[in-house]
Structures are given as structure tokens and as C-alpha cells.
Design a protein around this ligand. Structure first.
Ligand code: MN
Length: 359
């Protein structure tokens, strides 16, 4: 950001980047921000985080001065808003500036709260793109490596799975992240080597295109092991599924195994080749509901005759028509959870799309 607006405006000396720790889009966004800092000759610091940890992460901002704060691939929900806005206000009073780039659905009140901060905050939210694409366009439009990072992130965020390197990177992020969570170590620290390589060299920093594998041999081995293990766990989870036809739509509930992402599970369950159970083959469900330990509930669709965001809303969550999530709450009896979910979906038809749509 060039800052020629007011005579009083102080020079920014560093970038503080906050991005999503959960997936390739969050990582690629952070890599593009890092490249921006390198290009501008600004010091750079980064924290990767997830929903539920905003208060602690944004509290770090209150010590910053003359810093460009760039938040990517994270939305601001009602719960986090008060503490986040308070921290931002303090930082901005210390001559910091804010750029927030995201593609999630924001509550109107959060948009207003960010835009009413002083010192001309920049807020760009666009649902059509992933966060890395927005970061590329806003911060580094002439940078070929940032463009490539945005393409890779798009492939994973929209679950296209056309780029082998993107799939490997997705699994690598999951492995490093789940491992840090299990060992209660810092997730940012676990992801920094990958992020640094992406920021410095782009995809070529982590991926050997010729050999079709990750450059880091150990990480490549872990990815292969993780994929075998993941498939085993997803097969087992499928074996314990609950199916029910509601409002003419086949709803399938599956309990999430640990170490598997809901995206992986959704992709697995949408491929008929994976749905063989002994002698019989299950049909692909219209709506897949995943329930995980810790009480997370996820929605993926097999056909556009249901809306995942509308289904998630019935459970206090939200998201996109094709993928959504929320909090179900802790439980110990999976069958009881299935009955409850089926009942809720039967009582309300908002999630049913009557006409075939193409989105
Ligand atoms: Mn994203």
C-alpha cells in the first residue's frame, strides 16, 4: 500500500499477516502476503489460526506500531467481533493499517464494524474466488508465482482436485496440522517450513514436478502413509452410516474418523467406486452429513437438489450451497444424533431445492 494520503501518515515498517491454518488456501494466501512484504522490503511476521482462537491471536496486534496488518481467508463472525475490533482499534491508534481479504459469508454487522475503523481500512470480500485469488489480485497482480499459488489454492478450495501438487499439499497441511494438534504444539510453527518455501519459490519450492512428488522425502512418505490410513478409516466410517430418505432426498449421516477432513470424507462419499459395502453398492447420497468428535457437523452434497448452507443453518451453522458446517455439540450416542438430525431435517424443507439447479 502506498501511503500518500495525509501529510501525517507514518511509514509502515512491517507486515503482520494472519491467515487460516486449515488448508492450502490459507497457506497460499499467507505465502502471497509474505511475497508482498519481501517485495516492499517490509519486515514480516505471520500467525496461522482457526476460528475459536481469534481473541488470543488478535491480542498480539495491540503491541504493534507502524505495521500493515493483513488478514486473509478468515471471516469475522458475531462471536469474535468484539475482541477483534477492540484489538484492531488499538493497533490502528498506533499507526497500523488494516487490509482484510476474504471469501466467506460475513454478517452485515462485521462488515460495518471493520469499515468503520479509522485509517482507511481495506476490506475485500468476494464469494466467487478463493482467498488466495483475492490476495493475488489485490497485492501481487504482476507476480507469476503468486498467480500460480492462487491457481493451486482454487483447485483445492473448490475441491476440483485436478492438480496433483494441490492434492499433495492439501494432505501435507492436514498431516502437519493434525500432528501439531495431537501433540499440542504450535500449528504456525509446524506449517512455517512449508509456508516459507511457498513464499520464496512458489509451488516449485515444495513440489518436484518431474517426479510428481513432494520435494521433502519424509513429508512425501507421510502423505502416502496418511492416504492409505485415511482410506481405511473412511471405509470403516461408511460401514457405520445411517441413511434415510427425507422429502425425497437421500440423506446419509457418517461419523467422522479422527485425522480425516470433512472435505476428504465428502469427496470419498461422492465417488460411487467407494460405496461398495460387501455385496451391495450404495447409491450416492443427495446430502451427506458428517458428525465429528468435538461436536462439529458438516454438510456436503452429492447433487444440486439440496442446499448445504440451508441445512447447516438448522443447526446454527452456515456456509455455501455445496459445503457447509456448524456446531452440533458434544454427544456420546451416534444413533441418537442420527435420529435428532433426521427429525430436524424432516421438520423443515428449506434445504430442499425443488428444481435442478446448476450451481
Ligand atoms: Mn479459503
Amino acid at each position: 500500500m502506498t501511503d500518500s494520503g495525509t501529510a501525517k501518515a507514518k511509514r509502515l515498517t512491517s507486515v503482520f499477516s494472519i491467515s487460516h491454518d486449515k488448508d492450502v488456501d490459507g497457506l497460499a494466501s499467507a505465502a502471497i502476503v509474505w511475497r508482498y512484504a519481501l517485495k516492499k522490503g517490509l519486515q514480516h511476521d505471520v500467525v496461522l489460526t482457526d476460528y475459536g482462537s481469534f481473541e488470543a491471536v488478535f491480542a498480539k496486534l495491540t503491541e504493534l506500531r507502524d505495521t500493515l496488518i493483513i488478514v486473509t481467508d478468515l471471516g469475522l463472525d458475531d462471536t469474535s467481533r468484539p475482541s477483534v475490533i477492540k484489538a484492531l482499534r488499538k493497533a490502528i491508534a498506533q499507526d497500523c493499517r488494516l487490509v482484510w481479504l476474504d471469501h466467506h459469508r460475513w454478517p452485515e454487522q462485521s462488515i460495518r464494524a471493520v469499515l468503520s475503523l479509522p485509517n482507511r481500512p481495506v476490506l475485500k470480500i468476494n464469494h466467487e474466488f478463493c482467498a488466495s485469488e483475492i490476495a493475488y489480485k489485490v497485492l501481487m497482480p504482476n507476480d507469476e508465482i503468486s498467480r500460480e499459488l492462487a491457481v493451486v489454492a482454487h483447485d483445492t478450495d473448490f475441491n476440483l482436485r485436478r492438480i496433483e501438487a494441490a492434492n499433495a499439499l492439501t494432505d501435507a497441511v492436514s498431516i502437519l496440522r493434525f500432528n501439531a494438534i495431537d501433540r499440542r504444539t504450535d500449528i504456525t510453527a509446524a506449517l512455517i517450513p512449508l509456508l516459507k518455501a511457498l513464499a520464496e519459490e512458489g509451488l516449485a519450492g515444495v513440489w518436484d514436478e518431474q517426479r510428481g512428488r513432494l520435494k521433502d522425502d519424509l513429508l512425501e512418505q507421510r502423505v502416502r502413509h496418511y492416504r492409505r490410513e485415511k482410506t481405511k478409516r473412511m471405509r470403516k466410517a461408511l460401514a457405520g452410516h445411517c441413511d434415510l430418505e427425507i422429502h425425497g432426498r437421500l440423506v446419509r449421516i457418517v461419523e467422522m474418523p479422527t485425522g480425516v477432513t470433512t472435505t476428504d470424507m465428502g469427496t470419498f462419499l461422492s465417488d460411487p467406486a467407494n460405496l461398495r459395502l460387501g455385496e451391495k453398492t450404495l447409491p450416492v447420497a443427495d446430502l451427506v452429513v458428517t458428525v465429528g468428535q468435538g461436536g462439529k457437523i458438516g454438510f456436503r452434497r452429492g447433487r444440486p437438489n439440496v442446499r448445504c448452507d440451508a441445512a447447516a443453518k438448522l443447526f446454527g451453522g452456515g456456509g455455501h450451497p455445496f459445503a457447509a458446517g456448524g456446531d452440533y455439540g458434544m454427544y456420546d450416542n451416534f444413533q441418537a444424533v442420527c435420529d435428532d438430525i433426521f427429525t430436524t431435517l424432516a421438520d423443515n424443507k428449506d434445504w430442499v431445492v425443488e428444481e435442478e439447479s446448476s450451481d
